[in-house]
Design a protein around this ligand. Structure first.
Ligand code: PLP
Length: 457
């Protein structure tokens, strides 16, 4: 029964990003099965999963073709490596398909099992690139405050999460950060960096922080800039449309590699196959994971653009890097089935033209709620900022943990919605229908009302 599972869980299982004692007091919610966009727990409660698991179950749960692909591949050849000048057919076929759906500069892929490993690979690959070109002093990689690039030493260093940097002596050397292009955090047009600026002007200003950092470090020391097209774990922060093209211009001007972390934004989330296409950049490298296999099985990797691939392949010799599971045949077979399904169901167009704009419209309607200071959306991801006073965009006292209060109401009312501070975020499965968006929005509004009631008590 549930209590036995909870007791065993707290005895043995250290959960990621979790206060172990806090969880032990409450007991974990045990998730037992799933279908489409819904989960069920061990008590039989049905829950609408507005986070696609963890930004990954793009095709929804229970897709038989992915399940069959895993079973068939496991029976035929569950595993073989790609180290011994060997390859398996699912890995070769997936590499070919990824080259087909990626922007044209990407004709090569390096496989990993996760986004964190992908971003570790980025660090080694960009430094290797500059080494081979005879510029080993180009070491520094610039990320952003509140960016998230994973939990390994390099991934967490590239990311700009202060809580992560506070533990374990991060960031590692030669990784630095600029501030995030977050309209609300920078004053919501009322004060600070955004005062008197349009969002577009603020976007240019925020991109200018990259140029200032490059000049401070010396361009000949800078290897690459990395960012998520839309910051996910940071709170679904959608930059002004002016931001990314200006970042691209700056990277081009100084010859710096541009890395797009597509771990969340890839595979249709923003209404294009990759977020960089939505944002109008032409990156040199892209990290992917999550949606490549809709989370049914771990898989990630790096798409390597022509500029880097040419140097590594033609001049680089052996690249001393790789994982046991680089190109895991079962993972690749599932990813192939997943991409086939995304294509068959025309999911990317569904997000871009139908359900994405509808989600944006329904989120914008939340602006009439007394708790809501800002809403943002891009494709099938959206956020709502909870504020103490919406006319002045005044945040709540952090100690009130208003986001966590709201999240508690969501959990209690059959909705998984994540809280990042006082910012409530969703990233539902891409196959969601308009009727399901309505169902989700009804739950969100109810949970906002319940949170407001709590605050007025
Ligand atoms: N990059 C981004 C943008 C992510 O959101 C994540 C995970 O949420 C990662 C990298 C790390 O991926 P993983 O958890 O698969 O290591």
């Amino acid at each position: 029964n549930t209590q036995d599972w909870q007791a065993a869980d707290s005895r043995h299982f250290l959960h990621p990003f979790t206060d172990f004692q806090g969880l032990a007091r409450k007991g974990a919610r045990i998730i037992t099965r799933a279908e489409n966009i819904y989960l069920w727990d061990s008590e039989g409660h049905k829950i609408l999963d507005a986070m696609s698991g963890l930004w990954c179950v793009n095709v929804g749960y229970g897709q038989q073709s992915l399940i069959d692909a895993a079973a068939a591949q496991m029976k035929e050849l569950p595993f073989y490596n790609a180290f011994f000048q060997t390859a398996t057919t699912p890995a070769i076929e997936l590499a070919e398909v990824l080259a087909e759906i990626s922007p044209p500069q990407f004709q090569h892929v390096f496989f990993t099992s996760s986004g964190s490993e992908g971003n570790d690979t980025i660090v080694r690959m960009v430094r290797r690139y500059w080494d081979v070109l005879g510029q080993p002093e180009r070491q520094v990689i610039i990320g952003r405050k509140n960016g998230y690039h994973g939990s390994t030493m390099a991934g967490a260093s590239l990311g700009g999460m202060s809580g992560m940097h506070a533990q374990g002596g991060l960031p590692i050397p030669n990784i630095t950060h600029i501030d995030q292009p977050h309209w609300f955090e920078h004053g919501a047009g009322l004060r600070g960096e955004t005062a008197g600026l349009t969002p577009e002007a603020f976007g240019l200003k925020a991109a200018g922080w990259l140029e200032a950092k490059i000049l401070e470090l010396g361009a000949d020391k800078v290897a690459a800039f990395i960012g998520e097209p839309v910051q996910g774990a940071g709170g679904v922060i959608v930059p002004p449309a002016s931001y990314w093209p200006e970042i691209q211009r700056i990277c081009d001007k100084y010859g710096i590699l541009l890395v797009s972390d597509e771990v969340i934004c890839g595979f249709g989330r923003t209404g294009q196959w990759f977020g960089c296409e939505t944002m109008g950049t032409k990156p040199d490298l892209m990290t992917f994971a999550k949606g490549v296999s809709s989370g049914y099985i771990p898989l990630g990797g790096v798409m390597v653009g022509d500029r880097v691939a040419r140097v590594l392949i033609e001049q680089g010799g052996e690249f001393n890097h790789g994982f046991t599971y680089s190109g895991h045949p079962t993972a690749c077979a599932v990813a192939l089935a997943n991409i086939r399904l995304l294509r068959e169901l025309d999911v990317v167009r569904h997000v871009r033209e139908d359900v994405g704009p509808y989600l944006a419209q329904r989120f914008a309607e939340l602006n009439d709620h007394p708790l809501v200071g800002e809403t943002q959306s891009c494709g099938m991801m959206a956020s709502v900022q909870l504020v103490k006073d919406k006319t002045t965009a005044t945040p709540f006292d952090e100690a009130l943990e208003v986001g966590m209060v709201c999240r508690g109401h969501c959990f209690g009312n059959g909705l998984i919605m994540r809280a990042v501070g006082d910012r409530m975020i969703v990233a539902p499965p891409l196959v969601m229908t308009r009727a399901q968006v309505d169902e989700m929005m009804g739950l969100i509004r109810r949970c906002l009302d319940l949170t407001l009631e709590d605050l007025r008590k």
